[in-house]
Design a protein around this ligand. Structure first.
Ligand code: ZN
Length: 218
């Protein structure tokens, strides 16, 4: 794997670790897929081999059903977190960026209906497309807006204020189950508006005033 974390400013370096994700962290998205809002956070993991830079084109897997985009705020971890408090979690954030949690939705539905794990639908090579990271200083993580346009049409519009479990509470919760290490990334869930990607799609992602990035589907 040749992916390295990219930073908008500075020459910081962090190893590339795992990606811990939360499902259904926005009520409107749970509703659009006819999923109940969970009583307890639903976590899953993508391995480091799932990560590609957003600057690299997304390749549609062949013969595996529809590939869906989910635009999510991505948090880069800078310090080890185990059974962390929310204050410790806030201190450990090294960067804020955007991710596409790419999902083989048809396969995921099949696996879900059989009660099987989701990894083949969620954790395959290239299933986590990541932007560069901005420093968290000066950003209010409780009200960050982010958007996705596909072929210039606005398809997803999220605000972290709509999260069921806000960023620092999510990091603290994750650290009760999985130790987070420097270089790990946390995906914080997707707002409503997910859908299927088609070859030729041009995607533009924006996070507040700090990140604007593009990718395409081939
Ligand atoms: Zn997701």
């Amino acid at each position: 794997m040749d992916y390295q974390h990219q930073f908008l400013k500075g020459d910081k370096q962090l190893p590339v670790g795992k990606v811990v994700c939360i499902g259904r962290n926005y009520a409107e998205h749970a509703k659009e897929l006819n999923n109940p809002v969970p009583d307890e956070p639903l976590l899953f993991i993508k391995p480091s081999t799932a990560i590609i830079p957003l600057s690299q084109s997304i390749v549609l897997p062949q013969g595996r059903g529809g590939l869906h985009y989910e635009t999510e705020l991505a948090i880069l971890i800078g310090q080890r977190l185990t059974h962390a408090s929310e204050a410790e979690a806030g201190q450990a954030i090294a960067g804020v960026g955007l991710a596409l949690d790419l999902t083989l939705r048809d396969l995921q539905s099949t696996l879900k209906s059989k009660g099987l794990p989701w990894e083949k639908a969620k954790a395959f090579d290239g299933s986590c497309s990541l932007s560069a990271f901005a420093a968290p200083a000066g950003l209010d993580l409780t009200q960050l807006e982010f958007n996705l346009w596909i072929n210039d049409a606005l398809r997803q519009q999220g605000n972290t204020a709509q999260m069921l479990l806000p960023v620092t509470a999510l990091l603290a919760y994750i650290s009760e189950w999985f130790t987070l290490l420097p270089g790990d990334v946390v995906l914080t869930g997707t707002p409503a508006g997910v859908g299927q990607l088609q070859a030729g799609d041009q995607l533009r992602l924006q996070l507040d005033q700090v990140i604007q990035d593009e990718t395409r589907v081939v």
